[in-house]
Design a protein around this ligand. Structure first.
Ligand code: AHG
Ligand code: MN
Ligand code: MN
Length: 335
């Protein structure tokens, strides 16, 4: 049952039984993400005051420049999940390889692995624009009590048991699903508690926002170019309006609440798109579907893709079901 103004802590306890493998472990996991998110939030809020904006001077495994807050958020999430001995393995966008946790101590019984984009939209930090964190949880495939292997992380999105994001925006929200709809909790910074502010989040039936980095227009596949012209045409409920923050979390969050489509397609420069299947697309696809929307790579369901490597990328179309279906029709023409 959804009660407004419940705290996240109360909500987790109350809904624990609805989760089919419930043993309290997943609840403890969400709890530690909630804690790490508070710590990161505190730091993000100080950006501009202390020396935490800007680049570290290093690039991550994907050749992208790491921001100081990328590194900080990565450390905090990994530390919290490791210290509390809740998961058996972690994979992060900021780490070359996955991290094995079980095997170090007598905590071999942990069943879950977490995949995380610790700071999403990091190029927006320096200019005081919303950033986020994205997480995805799976049950391990290999035997409990043994060290995790790559197989535990390379599972299709449809095997996720939980996923969520934190948006560090004008207010901080934690939004997550365990497969029973999507619920959003807003942090009251004065007392450090998250309250259920957005119970059972659903896309409105229709949307009129399209979100894409149109600066790459000339590099888009013809299907995307044609769909954009369709969005801009003066016909029926169109033209749609264009909104693009450049933080996936914030763009998707807005589109769930208002109705819209987010597209990061393949481009001639990046034939597989930019977004990462395991850390960004799968968790967002799970949330989008649980909110009544649709997520695909333009042709097939994101969550049915079998991953082949930790950092693989995929084109991403996600949002209001009818809008994603329209975009897919344009893609289909040039298949
Ligand atoms: P990250 O900061 O984790 O690397 O992710 C950035 C992603 C995503 O948040 C955003 O939607 C997209 O990159 C923006 O890319 P462009 O600047 O190419 O539009
Ligand atoms: Mn990201
Ligand atoms: Mn990131």
């Amino acid at each position: 049952m959804v009660k407004k103004n419940q705290t996240l802590g109360e909500f987790i306890i109350e809904n624990q039984e609805a989760f089919k493998y419930s043993s309290g472990e997943l609840s403890r996991l969400i709890n530690s993400i909630r804690l790490a998110a508070k710590v990161v939030n505190h730091e993000v809020n100080k950006a501009g005051l202390v020396d935490i904006t800007g680049a570290v001077g290093e690039t991550n495994v994907q050749g992208e420049e790491q921001q100081k807050l990328d590194v900080y958020a990565n450390e905090k999430f990994i530390q919290t999940l490791t210290n509390r001995e809740i998961v058996c393995g972690i994979a992060s966008e900021e780490e070359d390889d996955f991290i094995t946790i079980c095997g170090q101590k007598e905590n071999h019984q942990n069943k879950y692995v977490v995949l995380i984009d610790p700071l999403d939209g990091s190029s927006n930090i320096d200019v005081n624009v919303s950033v986020g964190t994205i997480f995805s949880v799976y049950r391990r495939k290999t035997k409990i009590g043994t060290p995790v292997t790559l197989e535990d992380f390379l599972q299709p999105g449809n095997a996720q048991v939980a996923a969520g994001y934190i948006v560090y925006g004008t207010s901080t929200m934690l939004v997550y699903t365990t497969g029973h709809g999507v619920n959003g909790f807003t942090l009251n910074p004065a007392i450090g508690t998250y309250y259920l502010s957005h119970p059972n989040m659903k896309f409105p039936e229709k949307g009129n926002i399209y979100s894409i980095n149109e600066g790459n227009y000339l590099q888009f596949p013809q299907g995307v170019k044609d769909y954009l012209k369709y969005c801009q045409a003066e016909e029926g409920d169109r033209p749609y309006t264009s909104r693009y923050i450049g933080s996936l979390v914030s763009d998707i969050h807005r589109n769930i609440l208002k109705g819209g489509i987010y597209i990061y397609p393949s481009t001639s420069k990046n034939p597989k798109g930019k977004l990462r299947l395991l850390y960004e697309c799968n968790p967002m696809a799970y949330l989008v579907e649980q909110a009544g929307g649709k997520a695909s790579d333009g042709y097939q369901r994101i969550m049915d893709i079998k991953p082949s490597s930790l950092h693989e990328r995929v084109p991403f179309f996600a949002g209001t079901t009818s809008m994603v279906e329209d975009a897919e029709k344009f893609m289909e023409k040039y298949k």
